[in-house]
Write a protein that binds this ligand. Sequence first.
Ligand code: PLP
Length: 398
Amino acid sequence: SSFLSDRVTTMQESQTIAMAKKSRELAAQGHDVINLSFGEPDFQTPQYIKDAAKRALDEGFTFYTPVPGYLDLRQAIVDKFKRDNQLDYKPENIVVSTGAKQSLANVLLSMVNPGDEVIIFAPYWVSYLEMVKLAEGVPVEITGTLENEYKVTAEQLEAAITPRTKLIMYSSPCNPTGAVFTREEFAAIAEVVARNPHVHVLADEIYEYINFTGEHVSLAQFSEIKDRVITVNGFSKGYAMTGWRVGYLAAHVDIACACDKLQSQITSGTCSIAQKAALAALQGGRSSADEMVTAYQRRRDLVLEMAKDIPGFIMPKPNGAFYVFPDVSGYFGKTTSDGSTIQNANDLAMFLLNDAYVSSVDGEAFGAPNCIRFSTAAADEKLRDAFTRIKASLEKLK
Ligand code: PLP
């Protein structure tokens, strides 16, 4: 339609949302659909955090908030960086936003000029590509090998950097692969960044707490490049607070100020009640997150065990987040009982939705067209049920 902007007409609709829509339709028809398409914890927000939100209301926190966030929350985030990441920041380095998603958008819109290249480690979270395009940047995807858990190497990165490179962006732990960069891998990447002073890094650490390796490494810990690393994090995953919409970034003060300015013209400060809840979440430490992580790890193991019996699912072991991301290209070219051919991962995801009533997300949107993503953030029985059904459905393909 001519009344819509090119900006929005050329934008992909979020794939995760499209699949969820379809599975709701099947569920409405009475099918027992197991939804493994969402990137969302299945846990309730811990009670102490809910209580803090109720208190905030009663105490009258109902007014506009400072654009970069309440000072006490920013101070708590500073303390969190010190405690968890051994990083020194001041409140002026922190900008609180309506979700990590907004933090990422703030950075891209504040830093990218038309034509600037943004290197994206693939497979990547669906929104990265569209956000870069929205900022009129040129996305440059680089993909690690399956043998290396899809992790990009320092050599690959070095080869992709040009004089036009503005930013590098990735998530670790990674959505969708669950890959976690090690200290050695990041040290090598940090060296490449150090040699390229025109390059900044946008590090998405939203899955920080959901890490089964025991060590989370922040690229900002490499002090030579700290001023050029923007770290994004939030409350959605670690504290099961997806609906509250609170995220944040830590950056050099010039970048933080730019994000503050941008946000001041678009959304203003984040919801007062949600900020007070986020403050309580941080003050409560990590113990509620650690309990959830125990469950995520058990479910990861359960799914890996079941997937072993599915010959066409080729995947590295996820070391974090709550997804499995098998390469399913072995099924391409096979036919279903009604005679249609599985041509790509989307066909296979649709087949699994229609035949096994399990929803997933096809890898195309993550920059990995041979893969499908299943969330493992569901109850153990559901996961067991889902992968039993998936196996049975796949055995029908000829
Ligand atoms: N970054 C990654 C890698 C994600 O998977 C998500 C959510 O799915 C986000 C950012 C957005 O998080 P938030 O809910 O804080 O906006």
